[in-house]
Every structure is written in structure tokens, then in C-alpha cells.
Design a protein around this ligand. Structure first.
Ligand SMILES: O=C(O)CCC(=O)C(=O)O
Length: 262
């Protein structure tokens, strides 16, 4: 499917997110990733390396496994998908893009508040980087994401509000959280749902407020969120946080796009 590259780039710059139409991930890569997701969920790691965080699987809750790409060749291939990486460069305007963390998110059906992701700006959790500019996420759908699946919702233009530090990924009460966020004068809170087919992706800036509701469908909502940096941002000097300690290791932190190789 062809995309209007200018519109996607403009959307990312002006609105803080971009949701290209259709399925983008290579079909073989996608099928292998879907099988791998279940293996990693159930504790089989074909690389011989565990994810950096695996809380165990409880079908009554949102399942969040950190760095599943360490544990699975197929998930490493998914997060390195070249078509998606090239589009990420177009969307963000980056010359170089590097993965530095991933999360496997499985939101089981009928999870109510246990499936919520509270409103937040990713920067809240990413303080080991010098600045927010150049930090973004590619969210990759491993199942169809329809309105009743608890899709991610972005707040249009909220990346321009600066870093407010007022959200909470783990909070279940959206309204209470929303009430505590100081929307700047003259701005409005306008939510956009990221609906997409399996193999679809969205891109969002690390200051864009986002969250998601319960999955009220009868299907699990499955995804891998890939956290990336462009050439514009470096870790804080001397910072030894886990996520900025493995940038030289392509198993942890593959460079998925480099203008010089394109
Ligand atoms: O999957 C969700 O609903 C939220 C994911 C998220 O917060 C992220 O990818 O930054």
C-alpha cells in the first residue's frame, strides 16, 4: 500500500503521532512473530536469552513483557522490519534509527480496569536520555485492533505541551488521571484511536499523551511496542541505566535504519 509520506511526516510533527493505513509488516515476518509471541509469553526463549522482564502470564491482566526481542529471533526480526524502519525515517525525518527497548503487550479480553493503560507521556519513564527530541515509539499490531479491543488513543498535538510529568501508565482510572493533567491554556484534549489491521503500525513522539481502555471484545489485543532513538539524542553523560548500557550490542539495540546504508 502506498502512503502519502508528506502527510505522515506532517502528522507526526504537528500532531505527535502518525497512523499509516493498512498492514506494513512483511507477512512471513508477521506470522513468525505471532507464533514467537506465544512462545515468549509461555517461557520458551529460542535465543537462549530471557526477556529483561517477564512477570508471568495472568489472563486477567494486561501482560507486559520487557525486551521480548532478546528472547526470540522472530521478534528481533519483527522490530527490525526494513519496510517499517524506512517508513519510520520518513515519518520522523531521522537519518539513523536505533531500537533501545521493546515491550510485548497482550491485553486479554474482558480485562476491565486491569487492562487499562493510563494516560502518560513516555518521557516520564525515559529520563536517562538528554532530551525528549529524537525519542519515539513504533507500536506494531500482532492482532487486528478494532474499537472494542482497547486500542491505544493519542491526544492530538499534546507533544507540544512540553513535559508535564502528570500521567501514570499503571493507573486504572482514566478520568481521575485526566482530571489531574494541566492542559495548557488555548489547547484542547482531543483523543484519536489507533485502529489498524494485524501488521499495522503507529508512530508516536515521547511527549504525546496516550493510553488505552479495557478490551471488551472476545479477542486478545496483541502488540509489540518498539522504543527508538534517532541520531538527535544521546544518553545523559555517565548514566548507567539499563536501557542506555547496551547501545553497542545489536542483539539489544539494533540500528534499523541508517541513511548511509539506504
Ligand atoms: O499498548 C498500549 O495500550 C499502550 C502502549 C504504550 O504506552 C506505548 O507503546 O508507549
Amino acid at each position: 500500500m502506498s502512503h502519502d509520506h508528506d502527510a505522515l511526516h506532517r502528522g507526526f510533527v504537528e500532531e505527535g503521532f502518525a497512523i499509516p493505513r493498512g498492514s506494513l509488516v512483511d507477512p512471513d515476518t508477521l506470522a513468525a512473530a505471532q507464533a514467537a509471541m506465544l512462545q515468549v509469553r509461555d517461557g520458551t526463549f529460542d535465543t537462549g536469552v530471557p526477556p529483561s522482564g517477564h512477570p508471568g502470564y495472568d489472563p486477567a491482566k494486561l501482560c507486559k513483557i520487557n525486551d521480548p526481542h532478546l528472547a526470540s529471533h522472530a521478534l528481533h526480526a519483527l522490530v527490525s522490519d526494513p519496510t517499517v524502519a524506512r517508513l519510520a525515517a520518513v515519518v520522523t525525518g531521522a537519518r539513523r534509527i536505533q531500537v533501545w527497548a521493546t515491550q510485548l503487550l497482550i491485553k486479554p479480553p474482558a480485562t476491565a480496569a486491569a487492562g487499562h493503560v493510563g494516560w502518560h507521556q513516555d518521557r516520564q519513564y525515559w529520563r536517562y536520555w538528554q532530551q525528549p527530541e529524537g525519542l519515539f515509539t513504533i507500536w506494531m499490531a500482532l492482532s487486528d485492533v478494532e474499537a472494542d479491543c482497547g486500542p491505544m488513543r493519542f491526544v492530538r498535538g499534546s507533544h507540544r505541551w512540553g513535559f508535564l510529568d502528570q500521567g501514570d501508565f499503571f493507573a486504572g482510572d482514566h478520568q481521575a488521571l485526566r482530571d489531574g493533567i494541566d492542559v495548557p491554556d488555548g489547547e484542547t484534549w482531543e483523543e484519536v484511536s489507533a485502529l489498524m489491521p494485524v501488521g499495522g503500525v503507529s508512530f508516536h513522539h515521547c511527549l504525546t499523551f496516550h493510553g488505552s481502555d479495557a478490551n471488551t471484545s472476545d479477542r486478545p489485543r496483541c502488540s509489540v511496542a518498539v522504543h527508538l532513538r534517532t541520531e538527535a539524542v544521546e544518553p545523559n553523560e555517565g548514566d548507567e541505566s539499563y536501557y542506555v548500557s547496551h547501545l553497542a550490542d545489536p542483539a539489544h539495540a539494533p540500528v534499523i535504519y541508517d541513511e548511509d546504508d539506504a
